[in-house]
Design a protein around this ligand. Structure first.
Ligand code: FEO
Length: 171
């Protein structure tokens, strides 16, 4: 279990490198908003790494800080960037599931409980990237000459749930 936790700790460090490298690519490609998002997420991945590091030590285990493999090649474009991030998250979810599976097999209930946090986190991470992909599709798909659907979608998100009718207007 200790070995598997250490491996996942290194995996999360690598995930941080992925977001960092894609963030640098996005900044270089003039996507300031995207790079900001990706840099922030690189920090989040390092937090995941630290959670595992702390857990190993908390349970009396030995932490092994290992080499991290190189970040992947730059994506081709923004769509490719988001699709690849989703693939990374799906792959990471499988590794987390494996961790939970191992904890269950070893009847290590404390680690199974710990792994559950990551199971939930991975659902969130996949949803987050999927939502960004949805926005990308809206922003890049032209339908019947509509104006930018991404802008429209963003405005709808911010729209008030209340509408003022003439009887309630103040003049
Ligand atoms: Fe720590 Fe995005 O997985």
């Amino acid at each position: 279990m200790e070995k598997a936790l250490n491996a996942q700790m290194t995996q999360e460090a690598w995930q941080a490198q992925v977001y960092l490298s894609y963030g640098a690519w996005a900044e270089g490609a003039h996507y300031a908003g995207t790079s900001d998002f990706l840099y922030k997420h690189a920090h989040e991945e390092r937090e995941h790494m630290f959670k595992i590091l702390k857990y190993i030590l908390n349970r009396g285990g030995k932490v092994k800080v290992d080499a991290i493999q190189a970040a992947p090649a730059d994506p081709k474009d923004l769509g490719d960037c988001l699709k690849k991030l989703l693939q990374h998250e799906v792959e990471n979810s499988k590794l987390i599931d494996h961790l939970a599976d191992l904890a269950h097999k070893e009847r290590d209930w404390a680690t199974l409980n710990f792994a559950q946090w990551f199971v939930k986190e991975q659902v969130e991470e996949e949803t987050l990237v999927n939502n960004l992909l949805d926005l990308y599709v809206l922003a890049t798909t032209k339908k019947d000459g509509n104006v930018n659907l991404y802008e429209l979608d963003r405005d709808i998100a911010k729209a008030s749930q209340e509408a003022t009718i003439p009887q309630e207007e103040k003049f």
